[in-house]
Design a protein around this ligand. Sequence first.
Ligand code: ATP
Ligand code: MN
Ligand code: MN
Length: 301
Amino acid sequence: DEVTPEKPAKAPLVENEVEISSRDRVVFPDSGQTKGELADYYRAVAGIMLPFAARRPVSLVRCPQGRAKKCFFQKHDSGGFGDAVRHVPIAEKDGGTEDYLYVEDARGILQCVQMGTIEFHGWGSRTSDVEAPDRMIFDLDPDEGLDFDAVKTAAQDIRARLADIGLVSFAMLSGGKGVHVVVPLTTGHDWAAHKDFARRFAEALSVAEPDRFVATMSKAKRKGRIFIDWLRNQRGSTAVLPYSARARSGAPVAAPIGWNELKNIDNAHRWTIGDADELLKRASGKTLAGWGFADQALPDI
Ligand code: ATP
Ligand code: MN
Ligand code: MN
């Protein structure tokens, strides 16, 4: 007698009440992960991502047909988002106001994923007062061909220089090529002071060690050096958020890392969207306890 095999249980369509369509669509062609797997990743890490991602204006990298096709940065609502993708009005330079996007819960994150979002980038300030930055980021961008050891050493040097002026900092693998040095700050200064501090800090490093560092974006000047991208620290700029997936080969994620651990890491894409369990375990472990948080004001120097 022929036995009809039981149909496998249908993959769930509902993730925290957010319906994910086309779960089987391949989003990362070279490693094979699908939109459903990406949604599963974000559902799993939402709890550890939201402390950094919630209630900040965000820019999304959307790739509705997968990362190999057209992707675009999006900072305003173009329609189609769910109700948990919220709006915050922000004053524009020309005197008008524009609505920017933000999320505050797992539903918001998943509704973005439903719309083809792979990456989440955040402002350095919160929706409660977008004019009050609370996070400085030094984004280390190595020249092509420079090995990751140079990036790690640079990050440690920046950490030490920040410590010299009383600032605690944290390291994050970008998921791409570099490391971000993250400096949490209490609010109380404006964007002009924030940007000015970041610029002066980066320029001081490039002056002290011109063979290793540059503080200007010029590709020509970067030859064999690391660009300390301080431009993440101006009003309206964004940086990739902790635990965001990246629209890059292998589906890597931006991952917080302890300073001591960093010494044993070989590249900036060590963790991927397949590693949610490990990332969750790490987030509740000793090494990352308190990562990204410090009660410190921007020094007056
Ligand atoms: P990598 O380690 O490979 O440099 P990264 O995330 O640091 O990864 P960068 O190219 O250095 O990538 O960009 C730094 C940040 O600048 C990004 O995380 C993003 O928030 C922002 N950014 C980059 N390109 C754009 C763009 N076209 N539009 C808006 N923001 C951008
Ligand atoms: Mn970078
Ligand atoms: Mn950069």
